[in-house]
Design a protein. Structure first.
Lengths: 286, 277
């Protein structure tokens, strides 16, 4: 190989690093959990809730169910809140207020997740515990509801700033024309703004999902970490990231346990990928 | 329903959600601030933990602040050095189709949760025979930062007007000169601000270094010694039954909040220069 050829080879190799890195992570998780899956029945692992690692029973149902429960409940909070707030800021708020709020979202999204977790621990957990008492539910406060509230606040700044930039891309003349027809502002938003940005809104929701599902520390500090199938939002749960963070340091001695945890990481990665592909499908579909 | 009533209801709903959001944010700052401020002393910030620090003994968290800064600095540097040539290549040299193919994977890498990077970093650490140490932490964190910084640099370069490219080529510059002398200069403030944003992100990220950076009471003496970091201090201390100890978690998170807000404000300041007002 000539020098030029070697250089070219090296550059090409370097440039596909993102591609390679992704494949390596994906297949590392896949093959390590593959050994584990060979010994067990996939359906049984996914749908059993019998979790006794030392005896070799790995039922993943409580974990991935918790992950979905927390993410979906937080979506129920952050989707309407995010949409309402971003519509208000982009369409109703005056310019001064708008310019004041915009850097505020940047600053908020820079705050570390541990801090959000700590806030959940001091403020939200007691709040949820008292809130449960109103309905006559005994709860410690470490629950799915607390985790979803904390998660929503973490995701909201991100989603709001995405949505605001979407709404601002809608040409002003379009809004003006509709308003000049005698509609109220709400009708303009309902009939023009939202349909115009529909795809972008859905994409930003998927992107926020992807962020929420992998969040570890903040969720772990408020979710209770109890291996049980959660029923009501006031029950504690045990999402996959928390499982990995809690157990990963201790599992090296038992090989099937290691396989199980890597499998759970693989599942988590798969969920994130699915959301990401949905995002791309929606966003890039012409 | 009357359409004006509808409008009014909608407005009220929006205001309620905005105030709810602002209230939650205010509660975030105030609850942590009031719980932590009484524990935030000179000794807390500027001294090493003494014996029995985690049981209520004296001392401070300086090694963790230092550790966090070192971890974030070197991982951002590493990620930046890897991603800068890559973005220049993606935008100037390679074919559009190929660049977009690679960009897909940058986006996918960006989506991977940091705890998964933590596992992957742990795997690499074991593979090359390291113990949990500063070096392992830096490597793992740079994996987390790499897609972030690569993506923002790429976006900056993509937004460079075509006329600039045309003008510099018409002056007889080759691609390399154009990349270094024209493009990098044009996006320099943006580069700086994206580096700072990544730095802030690296300081706050805790899930990835949970298994790889270790924990220690001392300053790291070499690349191979374990290092403690601010988020992990918060994480290990917050649930302590001793009030004195758990108060330190709040004090540590006040420091963390101040650092990340400062970084984000500075990066905004710098970033403004390129984007205008």
């Amino acid at each position: 190989m000539s020098i030029g050829g070697a250089k070219k080879f090296f550059i090409n190799f370097y440039i596909i690093t993102p591609f390679l890195l992704f494949l390596i992570i994906f297949f590392y998780l896949f093959f390590n959990s593959f050994d584990f899956l060979k010994e067990k029945n996939l359906l049984e692992i996914l749908f059993s809730s019998n979790w006794k690692p030392l005896k070799g029973n790995f039922g993943f149902f409580p974990f991935w169910f918790s992950t979905f429960y927390v993410t979906m409940l937080s979506a129920l909070i952050f989707i309407p809140l995010g949409l309402l707030i971003s519509i208000y800021i982009s369409e109703y708020a005056n310019k001064k207020f708008k310019n004041l709020l915009k850097p505020f979202f940047d600053v908020l999204s820079a705050i570390p997740s541990v801090v959000f977790g700590l806030w959940g621990f001091t403020a939200i957990v007691p709040f949820v515990s008292n809130f449960g008492k109103i309905f006559g539910i005994q709860t410690s406060g470490f629950s799915i509801l607390s985790a979803s509230i904390v998660l929503s606040l973490m995701v909201l700044p991100f989603m709001i700033s995405l949505c605001i930039s979407l709404f601002e891309m809608v040409p002003f003349s379009l809004k003006e024309t509709v308003l000049s027809l005698g509609t109220t502002k709400f009708e303009m938003i309902e009939k023009v703004l939202i349909p115009e940005c529909k795809r972008g809104i859905i994409a930003s929701i998927f992107l926020s999902f992807g962020r929420a599902i992998g969040e570890t520390m903040a969720v772990m500090m408020v979710v209770g970490c109890t291996i049980k199938i959660p029923k009501t939002p006031f029950d504690p749960a045990y999402p996959i990231p928390a499982l990995i963070a809690n157990e990963f340091g201790e599992m090296m001695s038992i090989s099937s346990y290691k396989g199980a945890l890597l499998f759970s990481a693989f599942l988590l990665n798969l969920f994130v990928l699915i959301f990401h592909f949905l995002f791309r499908r929606v966003f890039l579909k012409e | 329903m009357n359409r004006y009533l509808k409008e009014k209801l909608f407005l009220i709903l929006m205001k309620i959600s905005l105030y709810l959001f602002l209230f939650m944010v205010a509660s975030l700052f105030f609850s942590i601030f009031f719980k932590g401020i009484s524990y935030l002393s000179f000794e807390m910030v500027f001294s090493k933990p003494k014996k029995g620090f985690y049981l209520g003994g004296g001392g401070g968290i300086l090694p963790s602040i230092f550790g966090s800064l070192v971890l974030a600095f070197f991982s951002t540097l590493l990620a930046f050095l890897v991603s800068l040539p890559m973005t220049i290549f993606l935008n100037l040299y390679s074919k559009r189709k190929f660049s977009n193919f690679i960009r897909n994977f940058i986006d996918l890498l960006w989506g991977i949760p940091s705890i998964v990077y933590g596992i992957f970093g742990f795997f690499i650490m074991v593979y090359i025979g390291l113990k949990s140490s500063l070096l392992a932490g830096i490597i793992t964190l740079s994996f987390v930062i790499f897609p972030l910084i690569l993506r923002s640099l790429d976006e900056l370069l993509q937004n460079i007007p075509f006329t600039l490219k045309e003008a510099s080529l018409s002056l007889g510059l080759n691609k390399f000169q154009m990349g270094i002398k024209v493009f990098l200069k044009a996006i320099a403030p943006g580069v700086l601000s994206s580096i700072l944003i990544s730095f802030g992100r690296a300081i706050g990220d805790s899930a990835s270094i949970l298994f790889t950076a270790g924990f220690s009471d001392n300053f790291p003496t070499s690349l191979f010694s374990p290092v403690s970091s601010l988020p992990l201090v918060v994480f290990y201390l917050y649930s302590s039954p001793d009030k004195e100890v758990s108060g330190r978690a709040y004090a540590a998170s006040i420091i963390l909040i101040i650092i990340s807000i400062l970084i984000s404000l500075i990066s905004r300041r710098i970033g403004k220069r390129i984007y205008g007002k």
